[in-house]
Design a protein around this ligand. Structure first.
Ligand SMILES: [Zn+2]
Length: 446
């Protein structure tokens, strides 16, 4: 039986502009009609006051990093000292504790307007590297967690085989390793897609997958037409080590082994040469910027503007979850560029929203989401325009207000597949998300 519902959107961002009075018809989880100029709510319509956006895609997540929030802000150091603290959390996770943590983290994402997450997953095995009875127990825990939190997931199952160029995994990293790319492919082939879950691949980085095995991962993704993500040149130390081992940049190494292309997304893409930018853009390889993490980890500012101009579609991710706020990621990309160049207005609010919605979904293999148009998945989120942060500007500037002034705290509703996951700022399935987060993090300490 077809379930049809009408939503009346007080204001809606219909790329590239804001419309006032929009009726959205939804049937069986998809948008079937979008009517503009509807001044009053039709009888029986569900009324969404504020500015409705397509659902936001969080294109790069490591759910367990949420347990580091606050903890890693004490003291000084670098990416590499931060990584030691991160490993100490990774050492303690089990399928049960990871499921509880990820469910709470994905609920936090829903509360922030996120309707799809790209989970870059490399914590595959028990401590020491012993496979669980179900070798995909950890990945399945994440897929279940997303279902229970009410959002879509693309599980980007990552190959992580070495500690550095020519170095075996260290004792923390044994959990991450399948030994060889062939064995990684065998295990990840057992993961099954479902209505809320897609399966993609990842190369953790050129540090973690030997050059001779990159093509195995690329072929796996090619055969399935699946998204393929890779951490790329986040740190200059990675570039230096790659030069020493292979005499080229990480981007060149990936290009030479068939990893780049339109279904591939480089995450961070921070420290690139002009030739790297040309290689990434020419193959339409995507770029996922994670500005709140990149500034938190003192990575540097990636050349997002130049990458996009070269042909690389942009997406956004909250990565280490220092904060989970895609509006903040979107504005940070623009504001970082302003600081770097001392000029304003590199991206419009519309183009930043596109990175946070349609292009982010496309990077995760959800080509039919992230837009409010007939045929698309009925995934959307509504931002309050009457909060202490957003009151004042004319509704016609709702996109600018959302991107440059709103925060995740202004998310009023999140709808996934035509179902409310967040209503009036509260999660409909997990009544107390802060408590769930606190309990899940506490469980890792005891
Ligand atoms: Zn990452």
């Amino acid at each position: 039986m077809q379930v049809t519902r009408t939503y009346w959107l007080e204001h809606a961002w219909l790329d590239p502009g804001v419309e006032t009075g929009v009726a959205l018809e939804v049937s069986d989880g998809r948008v079937t009609a979008v009517r503009t100029g509807v001044e009053a709510p039709p009888p029986g319509a569900e009324i969404l006051r504020g500015l409705t956006l397509p659902g936001l895609a969080n294109a790069h997540s490591h759910a367990f990093h949420r347990a580091l929030r606050g903890v890693v802000q004490v003291g000084s150091g670098t990416f590499w000292t931060w990584r030691e603290v991160m490993y100490s959390v990774a050492d303690r996770l089990t399928p049960e504790t990871y499921h509880a943590l990820a469910r709470a983290v994905y609920a936090e994402m829903a509360l922030a307007g996120v309707t799809a997450v790209g989970e870059f997953h490399y914590l595959h095995h028990a401590p020491g590297g012993t496979p669980y009875a179900d070798p995909n127990a950890m990945g399945e825990a994440l897929i279940d967690a997303a279902a229970e939190a009410g959002i879509r997931i693309t599980l980007l199952d990552a190959a992580y085989l070495s500690s550095g160029f020519g170095q075996p995994p260290n004792h923390h990293q044994l959990r991450f390793s399948d030994g060889t790319a062939e064995r990684w492919a065998e295990r990840s082939s057992d993961l099954k897609e479902r209505a809320h879950a897609r399966i993609g691949a990842a190369v953790h980085s050129v540090r973690a997958v030997p050059a001779g095995q990159l093509a195995t991962v690329a072929r796996w993704a090619e055969e399935r037409r699946a998204p393929l993500h890779v951490h790329l040149s986040e740190q200059t130390a990675e570039n230096d080590a790659c030069h020493r081992a292979h005499g080229c940049t990480p981007t060149r190494l990936l290009a030479d082994h068939g990893v780049l292309g339109p279904r591939t997304t480089g995450v961070h893409n921070t420290h690139l040469t002009d030739e790297d930018i040309r290689l990434i853009g020419a193959g339409s390889t995507g770029t996922c910027m994670c500005p709140t993490t990149e500034r938190d980890l003192a990575d540097g500012i990636g050349p997002a503007m130049a990458l996009q101009a070269a042909g690389s579609p942009l997406s956004l991710g909250s990565d280490s979850h220092a904060v989970i706020d895609l509006l903040e990621e979107a504005r940070a990309m623009e504001l970082d560029e302003r600081l770097r160049t001392r000029t304003r207005g590199h991206w419009t609010a519309a183009s930043l929203l596109r990175a946070a919605s349609a292009d982010g979904h496309a990077a995760l293999g959800w080509q039919d989401a992230g837009v409010l148009e007939p045929g698309a998945l009925a995934d959307f989120t509504t931002i309050a325009l009457d909060s202490v942060r957003t009151a004042g500007p004319p509704p016609g500037l709702g996109a600018e207000t959302a991107v440059f002034a709103a925060t995740a705290a202004d998310v009023r509703h999140t709808v996934v597949g035509g179902r409310h996951v967040v209503r009036d700022g509260a999660h409909t399935r997990l009544p107390d998300v802060p408590r769930a987060l606190a309990d899940a993090v506490q469980a890792l300490r005891s």
